[in-house]
Write a protein that binds this ligand. Structure first.
Ligand SMILES: [Zn+2]
Length: 193
């Protein structure tokens, strides 16, 4: 169903044009308010498990990704693709990293060699290569700053959320038990002393 006008928004899952007032996407049934609860952590886990269908790419930072952190990472470590690794887009991160090494390799290792053999050719290759590389990086900074950077997220299903809560509680209980044991130990020491 195509609806056009100013009050539209795109469904992050299927790309269907929906009215801003719509609660649910009429194409794929996604409940929009659920996206606000979706986490990048769950998105990463699903990507690792190969459950691509359950992963949605959003442009606004999810609850477990801090925008200022992402901006800093992109500015200071973005040349290595770190911001892609941070949100779980490993393939992109890896290709940026490889690109970085390719540029570094050409610039440092082959620099002297190429300069003496074919000066002109070296710069005609190296120049655009670094140029494209820098443009990609600058563009990523722009994307991160203006909410254009795609971040994989996933919604936790109800049963999974219950499991998640249980695990949390179990961990808490274990910690409390350990604390009690430690207390008993110290008390025991005091008595025996
Ligand atoms: Zn949809």
């Amino acid at each position: 169903m195509q609806l056009k006008g100013r009050v539209n928004k795109k469904c992050p899952r299927c790309g269907n044009e929906c009215l801003l007032t719509q609660v649910e996407c009429d194409e794929c049934g996604l409940v929009f308010s659920k996206i606000e609860k979706a986490t990048n952590k769950e998105g990463k886990r699903r990507l690792l498990r190969g459950e691509k269908d359950l992963v949605i790419y959003v442009k606004k930072c999810p609850i477990d990704v801090k925008k200022w952190k992402l901006i800093l990472i992109t500015i200071f470590a973005g040349l290595f693709g770190t911001h892609y690794f941070y949100v779980g887009r490993w393939k992109w991160g890896l290709s940026i990293l490889l690109y970085f090494f390719a540029v570094l390799f050409m610039g440092v290792v082959f620099n002297a060699y190429f300069l003496t053999i074919w000066e002109g050719t070296f710069f005609s290759v190296f120049g655009p290569l670094t140029g494209i590389y820098t443009i990609i990086w600058l563009n990523d900074i722009r994307k991160v700053c203006f909410n254009r950077f795609k971040i994989p997220v996933s919604i936790i299903s109800l049963s999974e959320e219950e499991e998640y809560q249980k695990q949390k509680e179990d961990k808490k209980k274990q910690k409390e038990k350990l604390k009690e044991l430690k207390k008993k130990k110290s008390e025991f020491k005091k008595i025996s002393d």
